[in-house]
Design a protein around this ligand. Sequence first.
Ligand SMILES: *Cc1c(COP(=O)(O)O)cnc(C)c1O
Length: 369
Amino acid sequence: MPDHDNSRAARLAHLRRHELEKGDPVPLPLTMAAMYHLPGDPSGFRQYGRFNNPTWDAVEAILSHLEDAPAIAFPSGMAAISSVFFTLLKTGDRILLPSDGYYTTRVLADRFLKPLGITADTRPTASFLDGGFDDYRLVFVETPSNPGLDICDIEMVCKAAHATGALVVADNTTMTPLGQRPLDLGADVVVAADTKAPNGHSDVLFGHVASRDAKIIAALTEWRKFAGGIPGPFEAWLVHRGLETLDVRFDRMCNSAEIVARRLAEHPAAQSVRFPGLENDPAHNLARAQMQRFGFLIGLRLGSEAEAEAFIDGCELIQPATSFGGVHTSAERRARWGDAVAPGFVRLSIGCEPVEELWKAIEAALPKV
Ligand SMILES: *Cc1c(COP(=O)(O)O)cnc(C)c1O
């Protein structure tokens, strides 16, 4: 397993240093602006708040540093995903989506791409390579998939997809750029919901797209400018601040998740536990090979819907909530949204609480067997 990227993490909080003049504030100033002072020839200057903003520039600089690629900010993860679809696809194209990935991506394709003559097929993440990628313009992977935590081999998918001329887009939300590096494994585009661990405080929606293909970045920048799905400067400022502590939070969350997953796997109340870090998990070997960390999400199957609900509501250190990646541990029963998982399946997002206290609270709330 490649090492956790300490050099990138260490430099992250110092990125603005070279721009500062004596007397400047060290923390990022928030610039709320629709208008810029713009007499005469406007070319080469900031012109209007829908085109650019210095607080976006700062958050994009951090995201680019983390991705090692140009990055563009969007007001949500779905705005980032939509921008990729609507910029790169045209009538007659076919795309391939994971059948077990984030549900809204499939809804977007079904409701808004299909009427434009863009067909979407789906395939389970665990067998994503089966069937090849002939005739696809775009292949979309989400690994580990949310919520089932199955994994596909990003490098193999990229090789096979590129051989047929398809673009590979990876939704890296569950891992963040510190936990998995799809662009280094060959993906053309990374999309992510910074709503989750990158912002990390459950108070903002945000997303980004990163790519080393300059044409794709230019097209997405134009799309954002003309379609108008732009991030708010305050949200960009909050995400910038969140990203400064991503390394510490993510490290704590991943370490704690490994401990909690191991103990859950041995607990008699757990019918099964999915966590890529467990040696007997079907995804373990692939996870070791392509991920820097095993993540902070755990799939825990309890005996029934009632057991799962009682566990989630009854644990004093778990927030019953949808979404994940916050400083607080949170959980939900994904079947309540119609995900194809058992009624007792709980997606547990491990937070930053001290792990022994967290485990005590989890153990106390598990069903008695
Ligand atoms: C949350 C999530 C999204 C969507 O992000 P929003 O910010 O809610 O729009 C996309 N993909 C995955 C894997 C997610 O978990």
